[in-house]
Design a protein around this ligand. Structure first.
Ligand SMILES: [Zn+2]
Length: 247
């Protein structure tokens, strides 16, 4: 195999390895991101509950004030009672008293209802707070775990980058430019093996002429159909001849 071919195969393997790091990193981070999203959801729920509780307390306070007003009103009505002269006046006063008492009953019922609400919301808030707390502990653990994993990957990535730098420095510049031009569209299938006289990029048969050039491996040969760089797969010779080509 020519040095050119050898270098190109190596370069394409390094580039693929570099591309493979990103999904690995994403995969590792996705565990943490899912936990963080759950935490945000709970925090939002907690804030909404706290807001509702605040409104509950405001409404309760309004009802208490209303109760104070009503009890003042009852007092003044009972004072007026002593100064009543006619039956008509008495009836009007009684009616006013009845209405005030009804309003008092209603306000008391409201306060009882709001107290029950408060109790429910408070216990829900407590539950949420403890859920969030244990979630945060979990998140801290996950963070610690993935930090180490990410460090390991970063280490590997640095090594691969160094390998690439070294390889590129040894390669002919024109060949790198040629390779990069194909790589722009062919990505990680820029350099592909030929198996059963077929290009493993586009899976088309190549003619005998091109095939013999690939076998000789003296110069860089591209697929006449797709333009990818071809090389003869060294592992091919041991493969059974009638094995199906899988795409
Ligand atoms: Zn091809």
């Amino acid at each position: 195999m020519s040095t050119y071919q050898d270098q190109l195969i190596k370069l394409s393997q390094i580039d693929k390895a570099i591309d493979d790091f990103e999904p690995q990193i994403e995969q590792i981070k996705s565990t943490l991101n899912k936990e963080l999203a759950k935490e945000q959801e709970l925090i939002k729920k907690l804030e909404q509950l706290q807001e509702s509780l605040k409104e509950n307390e405001l409404t309760r306070r309004k009802n208490e004030l209303h109760l104070e007003e009503l009890s003042e009103k009852l007092k003044s009505l009972s004072k007026k009672n002593k100064a009543i002269k006619t039956e008509k006046e008495m009836k009007a006063l009684q009616l006013e008293e009845e209405i005030a008492k009804e309003q008092i009953d209603f306000a008391n019922e409201e306060i009882a209802r709001l107290d029950k609400n408060r109790e429910l919301m408070s216990s829900e808030i407590q539950e949420l707070e403890s859920s969030i707390e244990s979630m945060q502990e979990n998140i801290a653990n996950v963070k610690e775990e993935i930090e180490q994993e990410l460090k390991d990957i970063e280490q590997k990535r640095m090594t691969v980058f160094q390998d690439k730098e070294k390889l590129v420095s040894e390669m002919n510049h024109n060949i790198i430019v040629f390779y990069e031009k194909i790589r722009r569209w062919a990505k990680n299938t820029t350099v592909v093996p030929v198996k059963k006289q077929a290009c493993y990029g586009c899976y088309m048969k190549i003619n005998d002429n091109v095939y013999s050039l690939v076998l000789q491996a003296k110069e860089i040969t591209t697929c006449p159909h797709c333009g990818r760089i071809l090389y003869k797969d060294q592992t091919l010779e041991e493969e059974p001849v009638d094995q199906e080509v899988s795409a």
